[in-house]
Design a protein around this ligand. Structure first.
Ligand SMILES: [Zn+2]
Length: 315
């Protein structure tokens, strides 16, 4: 049986506000629904919204009862609603799993005499090596074996420049898979075992912002967008969460997709795309989150959506 998670928790619900761990999840059965699903785990920029040490107007407003916070951006994709692949692993991953039943250990484990450890999360794809995209790996170190896909450059950053190498080597079990996006190779098609219904393409994109690890470099493969195609329906989804400057090369990919989810900072470049358009990676200074701003009102007139934590997209 497949399920759609329609709301991770209910805004304004007293028990939810009082006890995050007992979030009121809504699960709706969709028997036989075997098509690609995208679950937004986080829709905020680095630091989330509200950011823990910020009292700007938008962070302050977000702390009021009934408001739904934005954790740091990442999504999960699934061919069937049962098995999931994470696209980026934000430092908020433990909280994101806690409020999304679809990512929690299968209920049948309780009735089983077998091992009590299992997860619907079967693989991870890292889009870049910014801490907001990879920091959650340390929270998954109890995994009994996680398949992680990344470009050589992201792998090098993770292993050479962050403490994650030591954490994952000594506390966890990770199998690395390199995506050959480097040098003159700007794209790489790949598949993930167990997910033969989905075809992935990693696409090199320019580095979004000065990288704290490699501030003076812009190497191919340091940042990617990802296209995911459902081979059964033929429909495709492109995820580019860290891409404020969208040029012709990236637009060509976005124009072929049935649904795109892109960095909210690049909003003006993607107006008029033929597919469903959703903006994510929304920072606390973004005018898109101010309903009185001209930017926000312009979106409303163009059918452009803002991602939110717990959002489900059925393709
Ligand atoms: Zn703020």
């Amino acid at each position: 049986m497949a399920f759609d998670v329609q709301a991770s928790f209910l805004p304004g619900c007293a028990p939810c506000a009082a006890l995050w761990e007992t979030a009121c999840c809504v699960r709706v059965a969709r028997p036989g629904a075997l098509h690609m699903k995208i679950l937004v785990l986080g829709s905020g920029a680095d630091g989330g919204l509200p950011q823990w040490n910020c009292r700007c107007p938008q962070c302050t407003a977000m702390r009021r009862p009934g408001r739904m916070p934005r954790t740091q951006s990442s999504v999960a994709v699934s061919p069937d609603g049962e098995r999931w692949i994470l696209l980026n692993v934000a430092p908020d991953i433990a909280q994101q799993i806690r409020v999304n039943l679809a990512l929690q250990p299968p209920a049948q484990l309780e009735a089983s005499c077998a091992a009590e450890i299992d997860t619907p999360i079967k693989a991870l794809v890292l889009m870049d090596s910014h801490w907001q995209s990879v920091g959650g790996l340390q929270n998954l170190r109890e995994s009994t074996g996680m398949d992680v896909y990344a470009t050589p450059r992201v792998f090098e950053d993770m292993i050479d420049e962050t403490p994650l190498r030591h954490v994952l080597t000594n506390y966890g079990s990770v199998r690395w898979h390199l995506l050959p996006v480097a040098g003159s190779e700007l794209t790489a098609d790949f598949q993930i075992p167990g997910f033969e219904m989905l075809r992935f393409t990693a696409i090199a994109v320019p580095v979004a912002t000065a990288h704290p690890l490699r501030a003076d470099e812009d190497a191919v493969g340091q940042s990617i967008a990802l296209s995911v195609q459902d081979l059964d329906s033929g429909l495709s989804f492109v995820f580019a969460p860290l891409l404020p400057d969208i040029a012709a090369a990236e637009l060509a990919w976005l124009q072929t997709a049935d649904c795109v989810m892109v960095d909210g900072r690049g909003e003006s470049a993607v107006e008029g795309l033929p597919g469903r358009l959703i903006l994510t990676h929304l920072g606390h200074g973004s005018p898109l989150l101010d309903e009185h701003s001209s930017a926000c009102q312009r979106l409303a007139g163009q059918d452009i959506e803002l991602a939110f934590d717990g959002m489900v997209i059925d393709l």
